[in-house]
Write a protein of this length. Sequence first.
Length: 203
Amino acid sequence: MKALLVSGFSAIGAGVGAMLTLHAEAGLDPLHSVISEYAFQSIGWLLPASLTLFAAGSALIAAALRRSGASQSVVLLVLGWGVCMFLIGAFPTDRPGVPLSLSGGIHRYAAFAAFLAMPAAGFLLAKTRVRYARAVRILSGIALGALLLVVVPYVVRMFGIPLTNADIPAGLTQRLVVVTEVGVLALAGLSLMKVKYGALRRA
C-alpha cells in the first residue's frame, strides 16, 4: 500500500506543479478568469496534463483506500472524482460567447460531478477514526460552500439576469473548490500512512 500512496502523492504533486506553472505563465486574472480558460493560452496543454495527473493520483489513493478497508462508497467517490478530472481535461470548455457544444457540456457536468464527489467522500471518511478527520471535514465543508458560490452565477443567468465574470470573483471561488478538494484527497492518503487494516470500514 505504501507504494500506491507514494505514487499517488507524486502524481498529485506533479499535477499541482503543472497547474502552478500554468497560472504563473498564462498571465490571466485568477480572481475572475476560471481555470478552464487557461486551455486557450499558449501553454494551455498544461491544464489537461495537470488534471490527468490528479486523476492518476486519485486512482492510486482510491486503490490504497480499498486495501485499507475503506467502504465501497468512499473508494468509488474518490475514483469518480478522478474520472471526472480526466474528462474535464479531455473535453475542453467552449470559448466565451460560443453556444454549448458536446465537449463543453461534458466538461461542465463532469466538473460539477467532481466538485460534489470529493466533499461527499471527505464527509464519509471523516466519520471514521482516521487521522486528520477534523481537517478533512473542515475542507469538505469549505469545498461545498465554495461550490454554492460557483453555481449561483449559473442559476442567476438562468433567470435572464445578465452577469459576467467581472461582476463576481468566479475564478477565486472555483479555485477555492479545487484547492480544498485536492487537500481532501491528500489528507485521505496521509490518513492511511499508519492506519490499521479495517479502521476505515465504518466509512
